[in-house]
Design a protein around this ligand. Structure first.
Ligand code: SF4
Length: 464
């Protein structure tokens, strides 16, 4: 096929990179840690590039957090992420141990250039209004101020979910034009039918155009992502102890893993292993350690759990897992563009629901099933997360998040079994319909169930 002549000419096709969905970085919530860290890093670059002209009288930097960043930012470590970004750290290269110790020191020097540094105090991060009129719930405003607290310059950022950031007057960056243009599963399936090209190859060719990376570079990055997922699980299944925060939640992955090992090889032990793997990655996320957004940090246990299972129980090769991960990215793209992958926008159905839909698609692809089975698997997985609220207790990504990852992984496996045992031709609900339903349900959902810790379990679980 001539790649310059797509089968369908779609206006505004999906142009998201696979590496925007799968990002290595510190937990526990991509919209509360990776996004704010990137925003702070961007602001640092801005003031570094513009410092001479504007800012000789600068004496401080302030960061105001709004919406759920204000409501749950303390529990999610948003303040630590902001500081890390202002220190010039990036999520993918952050040392988890150094990161965890950042606020042991309450005052830091932000180096602007060789001559100038600005003293930054913990109190320079302001947990501001929960309700506001900005374009996105998770808003940050960084400002440079003089000694009278007069704002010399400022920039407003939005953490829009999954570690993505935008800012006021943000425009979609120019990226290469993907050869295969789609916005819905219906359009994607038509391309596949017209061209007879596999799903992972379509996503791969698009990724080459969007990111400018070669095929080899893309697979190298995918392998690093798979290793980071597996490393998180291997740390988590042996890490005993209590997670950070006042809940004092004990890690349970090591115990569940030991239990699976002590059992005969049965369907029960299989499910307990899968639960243990997902719990392990989620507990690493809750501890603020390095995980992979899939598609968010809060949901960073579902796909890794399934991948670890494919690698260690089904003995799939890394290349095959990488191809299946590419195929699963198609589901993440469709939800991101037609609904939301952010708990602050769509509740937990946007995070765990999307992750389960992607994991179900990954399982179907790895097993060699058709696109119809893959669609049905991801549709079933997402359908049975519709309406799921986000109500993290104390603002920590622990209750209900950790168990929810394990249940999401098992649910994705069940969705895959249902789809691969059923008849896709008789399935009444399409993936596009369930994603549309997610968008509408998210729009109607009360704000208190969107990562604000103002409702649900967050209110009723007061004794920890
Ligand atoms: S409840 Fe779900 S969406 Fe909310 S923080 Fe936890 S995992 Fe994320």
């Amino acid at each position: 096929m001539d790649l310059s002549q797509p089968a369908i000419d779609i206006i505004n096709p999906i142009k998201t990179s696979v590496f925007e969905l799968f990002k290595i970085g510190p937990g526990p919530s991509s919209s509360h840690t990776i996004g704010p860290m990137k925003a702070a890093y961007d602001f640092l670059q801005l003031i570094r590039s513009d410092f001479e002209e504007k800012c000789n009288s600068v004496s401080k930097i302030k960061c105001q957090l709004f919406g759920s960043l204000s409501a749950t930012g303390k529990g999610h470590g948003t303040d630590r992420a902001v500081l890390a970004g202002l220190l010039g750290w990036l999520p993918e290269s952050t040392d988890p141990e150094e990161f965890s110790k950042l606020w042991d020191v309450k005052v830091h020097d932000i180096n602007i250039n060789e001559q100038k540094s600005i003293v930054f105090h913990e109190s320079d991060i302001i947990f501001d209004a929960l309700q506001h009129d900005f374009d996105f719930s998770n808003t940050l405003i960084f400002s440079l101020r003089d000694e009278n607290d007069t704002v010399l310059c400022s920039k407003k950022y939005y953490s829009v979910g999954g570690g993505f950031i935008q800012w006021e007057n943000w425009e979609e960056p120019e990226v290469g034009t993907p050869p295969y243009r789609y916005r819905s599963m219906g359009e994607l399936k038509k391309i596949m039918a017209d061209t007879n090209i596999s799903l992972h190859r379509i996503i791969l060719e698009n990724e080459k155009a969007i990111s400018g990376l070669s095929e080899k570079e893309i697979y190298t990055k995918l392998e690093a992502i798979i290793e980071a997922m597996c490393n998180a699980i291997e740390r988590g299944i042996y890490a005993e102890g209590v997670l950070p925060g006042f809940i004092k939640l004990s890690r349970k992955a090591p115990r569940v893993f030991k239990r699976a090992h002590s059992m005969p090889n049965t369907p029960d032990s299989f499910l307990i292993f899968l639960n243990a793997y997902s719990l392990a990655a989620s507990e690493e996320n809750a501890a603020g350690n390095i995980v992979v957004t899939a598609p968010t940090s809060g949901a960073s246990g579902v796909i890794p759990g399934v991948i670890y299972m494919l690698r260690h129980h089904f003995h799939h090769r890394t290349k095959h897992i990488a191809d299946s991960l590419l195929a699963s990215a198609a589901i993440g793209f469709l939800v991101k563009h037609n609904a939301s992958i952010s708990g602050a926008e769509a509740g937990c159905m946007g995070e765990i629901g999307t992750a389960a839909g992607m994991a179900a698609a990954l399982l179907a692809y790895a097993a060699g099933y058709s696109i119809d089975v893959l669609e049905m698997a991801s549709e079933i997985a997402i359908e049975h997360h519709l309406g799921m609220t986000c109500d993290p207790v104390g603002g920590f990504v622990q209750i209900p998040c950790i168990e929810r990852n394990a249940v999401g992984a098992v649910k994705s496996y069940n969705a895959y079994l249902l789809a691969s045992s059923g008849d896709p031709g008789k399935q009444k609900v399409t993936l596009d319909q369930v994603i549309k339903t997610m968008r509408e349900t998210g729009r109607d959902m009360s704000t208190k169930y969107k990562e604000t810790s103002q409702g649900g379990l967050a209110l009723n679980l007061t004794e920890c």
